[in-house]
Ligand binder design. Sequence first.
Ligand SMILES: C[S@@+](CC[C@H](N)C(=O)[O-])C[C@H]1O[C@@H](n2cnc3c(N)ncnc32)[C@H](O)[C@@H]1O
Ligand SMILES: [Zn+2]
Length: 285
Amino acid sequence: MTVTPFNALACPLDGQVLTLDGRALRCPSGHNFDIAKQGHVNLLPVQQKRSADPGDSKAMVAARQRFLSAGYYQPVADAVSAATLEDAPEGEPLACLDAGCGEGYYLRHLAGASNAPLSLMGLDISKWAVLAAARQSRPPSPPLGIRWAVGSNASLPVRSATLDRLLCMFGFPVVSEFQRALKPGGVWLQVEAGPEHLRELRDIIYPRLKAPRAEDADTPAGFTLASTQRVNDRATLRSAEEISDLLAMTPHLYRATAEGRERALALTSLSLSIDVVIKRWVKVG
Ligand SMILES: C[S@@+](CC[C@H](N)C(=O)[O-])C[C@H]1O[C@@H](n2cnc3c(N)ncnc32)[C@H](O)[C@@H]1O
Ligand SMILES: [Zn+2]
């Protein structure tokens, strides 16, 4: 695998080109963004912050990192990597952004899955997520050439029409920004929970299961649907810690009733359905 950091960056303050200058990224107007010693960069100006510590908390990020490292979602990672690499144009490295990358599990997996050159960036609004991602792709872990940045999907610090692929997994899509950042013919991979996903956990924490969300039939402006794929598997969690980590990394922790949470946290094993939907949206024009 040859992985290089994605470099077509835009200043989050004025959209001008950012260039690497020593250990910082700079725009022609002199806006300056230092690269931290762990290798990541903060491209989220205070003006774009809606709170002091936006996105997932340190505890949620740590729980997700522990849970994902156990490998239960590997079938999802395999399918997402394959869908990302499908129909990759030859020649130039495939430029791919993971928008809302969390602690970087899926991008690390993609880096290991490709023989072709890749140019990669992971972006998340949570500084804890980006720090965890940067730490896991530096020595003593094998160094990976992935760029990690704090930033928002609402205003991607990426130049227009520079991405071949954009991943948004269990995240917060901003269609107009995704459309702007992708090249014509580029692909947005929208990865979301299917109706059966973690059904057994939801059965325990909610007094009555909500009706499945109505399928969003609308096509996002500027895209056409190339394919929809479903990943179905089973996982058996074998400790209270794993169940607690899974609960902490999903929105269910906040939505569950207190009794529901207690019921789940009293368990020491849980067999679960994994049901994930991958949509490949191609940018038109
Ligand atoms: C459910 S987690 C999924 C993380 C990762 N994609 C995964 O599947 O492991 C959602 C992530 O989106 C991030 N997030 C929330 N709002 C965001 C925004 N406006 N821009 C970028 N990331 C955001 C959170 O900090 C969190 O890491
Ligand atoms: Zn600038």
